[in-house]
Design a protein around this ligand. Structure first.
Ligand code: MN
Length: 299
């Protein structure tokens, strides 16, 4: 696969595009459905990577153990539906996250982190991990980590929507953003909601449980529904399901996604790979017991 940056390609107006996620097994029975990047649609606004993992029952001592690895040029969002994950990073943060809480990590010029299921966890592992590209002028900013234990929630006629990022109906998430965007959690509710949207944004709906009806289209986990641009609102029915919505202003830059890096040119990827494998990109994740991951060879 040649390394080639991809341009923004937002639909010029409202569409309903079904994008099948690529399912893979990460061992231990954990299924990951990767909705972005997709061959037919590389990103939605700044969102370049959407993973939905689980649900999977966790036995004590089992679960997730992702060894230290680096990121550059992006922000990562961890949002859990069930269970707990322990984050440790090269800035010295050690933070457990639970459903309803937000881990929001800014990689910028470089950060390393690990993600583990706490040893005493015996519930379920279920959540999403999302990445968004930082715009060119700020993509080399200093790395940062934010944990937000509570987020704004709005009762929209019997469905309590959480504002993970951006603003909904005057309620704004505390997560630090570097381009206009939104991310919402729409849990099972008692009635369909009419979500107000920014018509300048492109949007997508990721079902994470049950069946969701969006603008009359039925979708279930494993399918991302791309809504295009130009919508003032959209009807979302989660009476039988649970969904995460992402959106944002199209980022009109050619972006190159490789391994855990968001870059602009192959040379940047080659340099980040060299620097990580030489121990020069980000510091150690001191709190993690075990070896770190190596960057794969660049094609
Ligand atoms: Mn990561």
């Amino acid at each position: 696969m040649p390394l080639r940056p991809s341009p923004a390609a937002p639909a010029p107006g409202p569409v309903l595009e079904r994008l099948d996620a690529k399912a893979s097994s990460l061992g231990g029975g954990l299924t990951i459905r990767r909705a972005l990047p997709h061959h037919a649609r590389r990103r939605i606004g700044p969102w370049v990577f959407l993973d939905h993992f689980g649900p999977l029952p966790v036995t004590p001592g089992g679960g997730m153990d992702v060894a230290p690895h680096p990121h550059i040029g992006l922000q990562t969002v961890t949002w859990l539906l069930e269970g707990r994950i322990l984050h440790k990073d090269s800035l010295g943060y050690e933070q457990e996250i639970r459903p309803g809480q937000l881990n929001w990590m800014t990689a910028g010029s470089g950060i390393a982190h690990s993600e583990e299921t706490p040893a005493d966890e015996s519930g379920s592992m279920h959540g999403v991990q999302l990445w968004l590209a930082l715009p060119g002028p700020v993509r080399d900013i200093a790395p940062a980590f934010e944990h937000h234990p509570t987020l704004p929630r709005l009762d929209l006629g019997g469905t309590e929507v959480t504002v993970i990022a951006g603003t909904l109906d005057g309620h704004t998430s505390p997560a630090t953003m570097h381009s206009p965007m939104v991310a919402l959690d729409i849990p099972p509710g008692s009635a369909p909601v009419a979500l107000p949207l920014d018509p300048a944004f492109e949007h997508g709906i990721l079902p994470v449980g049950g069946e969701v009806v969006v603008a009359g289209e039925r979708v279930a986990p494993g399918t991302l529904l791309y809504l295009g641009t130009g919508r003032e609102q959209v009807d979302v029915d989660t009476t039988q399901g649970h969904a995460v919505m992402v959106g944002g202003a199209p980022l009109f830059e050619d972006i190159l996604l490789w391994w855990n890096f968001v870059a602009r040119t192959p040379d940047e990827v080659v340099e980040a790979t060299r620097a990580w494998n030489a121990g020069e990109l980000a510091g150690p994740v001191a709190a993690y017991q075990g070896d770190r991951l190596s960057a794969p060879p660049v094609p």
